[in-house]
Design a protein around this ligand. Sequence first.
Ligand code: SF4
Length: 432
Amino acid sequence: MSEVKKHDTPMVDELKKGPWPSFVDDIYTYGEKHNKQSSFDIMAQLELSYKHKETHWKHGGIVGVFGYGGGVIGRYSDQQDKFPSIWAFHTIRVHHTAGKWYHTSALKKLCEMWDHRGSGLVNFHGSTGDMVLIGTVTEQLEPVFFDLTHQFHWDLGGSGSNLRSPACCMGKSLCEWCLYDVQDLDYELTMHFQDELHRPAFPYKFKFKFSGCPLDCVAAIARADLSFIGIWRDDIQIDQEAVRAYVNGELKPNAGAFSDRDWGPFDIKKEVIDMCPAKCMYWDEKEQKLYIDNKECVRCMHCIAVMPQALKPGKDRGVCILIGAKAPILEGAQLSTVLIPFWRPEPPYDDIKEFIYKIWDYWMEVGKNRERVGELIQRIGLNRFLTDVVGIKPIPQHIRIPRDNPYIFWKEEEVPGGWQRDIKEFRKRHPA
Ligand code: SF4
C-alpha cells in the first residue's frame, strides 16, 4: 500500500477546536485509517480556498449514469495538478427510505461499497432527504450504480429539473400524532413517479414532502413545492381529568421533554392559553375546565404538544395540501400557501396522482425556465391558478398570512352567524 501524501492545513485545523464534533477530525481520522489520499487532498484544497477566498470546485460537464438524467452532481477540481486524487469528486444522491429507517446490515454493505468505490464520506441526510455519497471519480459512477441497484436494490435520488426524492417524517412508525399514513403515500407516489424522478423534463425542481401532523417535522411548508400535512377537521379531543392533572402538577408538560431545568409549577394560562395563536382557548378556574372554540383553532398543535395526555387531534383526519414553498436567492424564502384545506388520502391515491398531473401539465407548459411552481403562482396570481389550473373556487382558507392578508374580502354583515360574531360571543361567555 502506497504512503499517502499529507499537507499542512493550519486554517482548516482551526475547525478541530471547540466542544462540537469536527468534520476535519473525522475526515483525517478516516484518511489515516483507510490510507485514503482523497481525505488529505480535499482538506488541502479547502485550505487553499480559505487562502484564496474562492472555491476550487469548478463547473464541469454533466455526468450521470446510463438511462438517468439526475442523481449525480458533477464536481471537478481546478487544482488537479496539485491534488490528482480529487480531480473529480462527484456527489451521488441515493434515494432514502420512507421515514429514513435502515437496517444496520444494509448500511454496513453501503459503507463497504463506498469505502471501495468512493471517498468513504457520507452525508446522512442531505436537505432534499437523500443519503449523499460525497466524492468519487467518473469511472466509478456506473459501478456504484450497478452495486446500488443490483446488490442492494436501492436507487438514485433526484437532482436537476426533475422530481426530487419525496420525503416524509417517521409517521405512524414512531409518532402517536401522525394523522395519515405518510410513509405509504410517500412510497406510493415515489414508485408511481419514477419517470419524473429520473428523467428531468420540468422547468425546474419539484419537491413533495409529507408531514403527519401540523408540527411538520420535515419542514414541508418551508421547502416543498407540494406539501401534504396531516390535519383534522373536527374538534380537539379533551380529557378534562388529564388537564386537571397537568394543572395540579401530577403530569409533566411536554411529556417531560424539558424537565432538565426547573421551570417552576405548570401555569396553564401562561404556557397554553396565552400561547394559543388563535386565542380560542379558555381555562375556567372555577369549573376547572378547559374550553376550546374549535372553529377558530388554526391546528398549530401547541396545546397538544404541551399536554399530550390531555389533548389529542380530532378523529376526522386527512391532509391539507399546500403549494409553492421555495427559497430562491434573489427573492427570498416563501412559505407554501394552502391549496386544498382537507383531502382524505385513500390508497392507491389515484385522485392525488391525477391532481398532481394537472399541476405539472400547466407548469410544464406555462412555467419559464428555472421557475418553481410557487414563482409561477406569484407571476400569474393564485386566483387564476386556482380557477384555471386546479379548477376550484377560491375560498377563505386560500390566504397568504392567516387572519391578516386574505385574498378574499368580506364585510362582517355579509357573513350571517360568521366566526367574528361567534368568537365575540365566546369571549363574552368566557372573559380572559
Ligand atoms: Fe390554539 Fe393551536 Fe391548540 Fe388550536 S392547536 S387550540 S390554535 S394552541
